[in-house]
Design a protein around this ligand. Structure first.
Ligand SMILES: Nc1ncnc2c1ncn2[C@@H]1O[C@H](COP(=O)(O)OP(=O)(O)O)[C@@H](O)[C@H]1O
Ligand SMILES: [Mg+2]
Length: 397
């Protein structure tokens, strides 16, 4: 099967783009480089179109997005247009956008038991001192939401320093997050490359001199990790899965109590990592693409809601819930016009459930069907044990 795989990249000379092309062409595929600046998006009813150098672009079989952080908006818009045209995109527009914003990414990851450094995000008018206290006091990391290559990551050693940085950034209208400085990982981190849900390579990056950032662009030295700690592998794999990225470079700090994820990159360097590890990393990416090019996973919740009143929703099995101890069969979901997508239990999804599966307190039942029928199953009393539950000051206090 010969494929036409467009690589969305600013230049064929970029190392990672060059490597992907090498592997694709060696396997008999065509691999044109599509430069964003040559493309134009044309939105019209019923017919998504891309213009390439002024001409209508014929639909390729697949696209590999290699999008620089300075081009996120246009880049993801291009990827979305390819998706509308029915093209397989290695990473989806939605997943790229979700990972690109550091705050949004860790927010999305925060319900899944992935280690994250305490992070606070606040209104530009809120009190700075209390924000710093929130993450355990100085030193703190102050970070732009969409920085890259270490640019936009600052270390404030004192409260005065933190205040000065935050006030300056606010003046220029920049939104920033304040994060606990993981001192035990100062100048070091682990970069894990995940492809199609598998860890294919990992390196440890160590900053040189007084630098606290371990980005290669800040002059750090990278060393291959051959026996990656399974906890780190699991963190990386889970993060890529939750954000929906087929290819991801996950940056993890080495915290005292284990991995602490700081960032997920959707266009990670492949060539650089190949150099350090001596592994061929372009091939597993092309393998994944070849295997999945005809697959179109979709967001069920989004698709089915085209039909009025339908959707996918969750029913928590709370303390004292009448659902506790009942089997799926006993609830009579079918009679209510509902289908079970899965049961969320102990941080995992039970997907091979049958009518005999007995519900336990703490389970969350994910159902598809008429939302009014789902509503009838929702608890009306009892404490809500979901994360971010009912403890704390009531709103309006
Ligand atoms: N909370 C933190 N504590 C300690 N070091 C950090 C922290 N956040 C980032 N760093 C350092 O700064 C580097 C860059 O941060 P990261 O969030 O990955 O942004 P970038 O997109 O610029 O790579 C990390 O690789 C790490 O070395
Ligand atoms: Mg990084």
């Amino acid at each position: 099967m010969k494929l036409q795989v467009g690589i969305l990249s600013t230049s064929a000379k970029v190392g990672s783009t060059r490597r992907l092309r090498e592997v694709l062409t060696a396997r008999g595929h065509e691999a044109p480089v599509l430069r964003p600046k040559d493309l134009r998006i044309l939105v019209q009813d019923d017919q998504p179109v891309l213009l390439y150098k002024g001409q209508r672009l014929a639909r390729p079989d697949a696209v590999i997005p290699r999008i620089g952080t300075s081009k996120t908006f246009f880049g993801t818009a291009l990827v979305q247009q390819f998706e509308q045209m029915g093209v397989f995109t290695l990473n989806s527009a939605q997943a790229i956008a979700a990972s690109r914003n550091k705050l949004r990414a860790i927010q999305q990851l925060s319900r899944h038991g992935i280690g994250l450094p305490e992070t606070v995000f606040l209104s530009s008018r809120a009190d700075v001192v209390s924000a710093v206290e929130c993450v355990g006091g100085v030193p703190v990391i102050i970070k732009l939401l969409e920085g890259t290559q270490g640019i936009g990551v600052m270390l404030a050693e004192s409260q005065e320093g933190a205040t000065a940085i935050l006030e300056t950034l606010r003046k220029t209208g920049q939104d920033v997050l304040v994060q606990r400085f993981v001192a035990e990982s100062r100048g070091r981190d682990v970069r894990v490359l995940v492809v199609g849900g598998r860890v294919v390579a990992a390196v440890r990056r160590v900053a040189q001199g007084a630098e606290f950032r371990s980005n290669v662009h800040r002059g750090s030295k990278a060393l291959p990790i051959v026996d990656l700690d399974p906890a780190y592998a699991e963190t990386a794999r889970k993060a890529a899965q939750i954000l929906g990225l087929a290819v991801a470079g996950v940056d993890i700090l080495e915290g005292r109590d284990g991995p602490l994820l700081v960032e997920v990159n959707s266009s990670p360097s492949i060539a650089g990592m190949e150099e350090v590890t001596g592994l061929d990393l372009a091939s597993p990416i092309v393998d994944y693409l070849e295997r999945n090019v005809h697959l179109r996973p979709l967001d069920v919740a989004q698709r089915v809601t085209v039909r009025r009143g339908y959707g996918v929703a969750e029913v928590p099995v709370t303390e004292g819930s009448p659902l506790t101890g009942q089997t799926l069969g006993q609830i009579g979901l079918g009679d209510r016009g509902l289908r079970t997508v899965c049961v969320l239990r102990d941080g995992d999804a039970v997907i091979d459930q049958d009518d005999g599966l007995q519900l336990r307190e703490g389970d969350r039942l994910v159902l598809f069907g008429l939302l009014s029928s789902v509503r009838d199953l929702l608890p009306t009393h009892g404490p809500d044990r979901r994360p971010g539950g009912s403890e704390g000051v009531p709103p309006g206090a």
